[in-house]
Design a protein around this ligand. Structure first.
Ligand code: NAD
Ligand code: UFG
Length: 339
């Protein structure tokens, strides 16, 4: 059976992807330092899939620990989620982000090189497009940086492109996620942010639950259909399935290629509020406040390259995203039990 190393596999997107991988018969090995996640997520993935997952609690920046993991397994590929992801925190602590995300990736790539593992799926982000001039966003649009988090993604993408140029035996899928939301339909795994959420969907579900009083909508005067910001929300299970498609593509020696993973449809904040009200059967109180600095008006993608090359497209609609996020939140009002 093929073994695949998943860095950050205890996290939100990682846990959902490990589940799809385990279910498709891949031998999953996770390395995670649990700096933003719980071991319980991995246990639950084992429970849902009925498959064992090998877990190492280690930091990808720790060269010796990474070496030990690579010595013990023969990996066909690596799926690389591990990283810090909070935009605001990256502005306050840029060096932590550069070290964790960029140095961590260099350490990982060096271990891969030593052990001749040259297949990688990398979690990039729509943030590499900066504030796009037009929508839908295509992969050949200009790339730019708007904050230190985004810089780490762009630097890593550039490193990957250089690596492939240096040796074309490297195959790297740069997956640019748009806005991942929702949860597995079992309601057993989902997004579990520390403290007050910064992102829209986890904030709305906390308001629906009554643990936060109201949603503050950042800006009602954008040049969009209802004045609120528009994004391309994608169900996390669709995203996870996209990783399986990318892993299959690696077998064709595709080189280093970037793919947008989104639905190709924009949704405004107010539309999301209405969809969540339908899912939970109650009104979501909100007020419209000033714009959040750094936010773009409208970001949604053209996902047709992923459809053409990977045979993948998002299947789940906004109502499924809200229903599944709500199920997870109701079943786990405080997230995973704290170990
Ligand atoms: P997450 O925080 O839930 O998962 C990241 C995981 O990596 C966590 O389990 C964390 O403990 C682990 N980790 C972090 N640094 C590590 C290190 N040095 N060593 C070992 N483990 C480490 O985040 P997520 O939402 O699942 O995101 C996964 C990836 O996708 C990240 O790289 C993120 O930047 C990227 N991404 C996320 C979004 C989003 O909105 N969620 C959007 C675009 C891209
Ligand atoms: N929003 C609110 N109120 C909130 C939170 C968000 O109105 O409390 C609005 C934002 O202004 C934006 C939309 O909801 O219009 C989505 O905001 P999110 O914070 O959920 O997501 P972003 O699109 O701002 O950012 C996300 C990730 C980033 C990543 C980016 C592009 O958080 O890490 O997508 O992939 F870089």
């Amino acid at each position: 059976m093929r073994s695949v190393l998943v860095t950050g596999g205890a996290g939100y997107i990682g846990s959902h992807t490990c589940l799809e991988m385990a279910r498709s018969g891949i031998d999953v090995v996770v390395v995670d330092n649990l700096c933003n996640s719980r071991m319980e997520a991995v246990r639950r993935v084992e429970g849902i899939s009925g498959k064992g997952i090998t877990f190492y609690r280690a930091d990808i920046c720790d060269e010796a620990a990474m070496e030990r993991i690579f010595e013990r397994h023969e990996f066909s590929s690596v799926v690389h989620f591990a990283g810090l992801k909070a935009v605001g925190e990256s502005v306050a602590k840029p060096l932590e982000y550069f070290h964790n995300n960029i140095t961590g990736t260099v350490v990982l790539l060096r271990a891969m090189l030593r052990h001749e593992v040259r297949n990688m799926v990398f979690s990039s982000s729509a943030t590499v497009y900066g504030d796009p001039q037009t929508v839908p966003v295509r992969e050949d649009f200009p790339l730019s940086v708007v904050n230190p988090y985004g810089r780490t993604k762009l630097v890593i993408e550039d490193m990957m492109r250089d690596l492939h140029r240096s040796d074309d035996r490297w195959n790297i899928m740069l997956l640019r996620y748009f806005n991942p939301v929702g949860a597995h339909e079992s309601g057993q795994i989902g997004e579990d942010p520390e403290g007050v959420p910064c992102n829209l969907m986890p904030y709305i579900t906390k308001v629906a639950l009554g643990s936060l009083p109201e949603l503050k909508i950042f800006g009602g005067d954008y040049p969009t259909r209802d004045g609120t910001g528009v994004r391309d929300y994608i169900h996390v299970v669709d995203l996870a399935v996209g990783h399986l498609a990318a892993l299959r593509k690696l077998e064709e020696n595709p080189g280093c290629v970037a793919y947008n993973l989104g639905t190709g449809r924009g949704c405004s904040v107010l539309e999301m509020v209405n969809a969540m009200s339908r899912a939970c059967g109650r009104a979501i109180p909100y007020s419209i406040v000033d714009r959040r600095p750094g936010d773009a008006a409208e970001v949604w993608c053209d996902p047709s390259r992923a459809m053409m090359d990977l045979g993948w497209k998002a299947e789940r609609d906004l109502d499924a995203m809200c229903a599944d996020a709500w199920r997870w939140q109701q079943k786990n009002p405080d997230g995973y039990p704290k170990d």
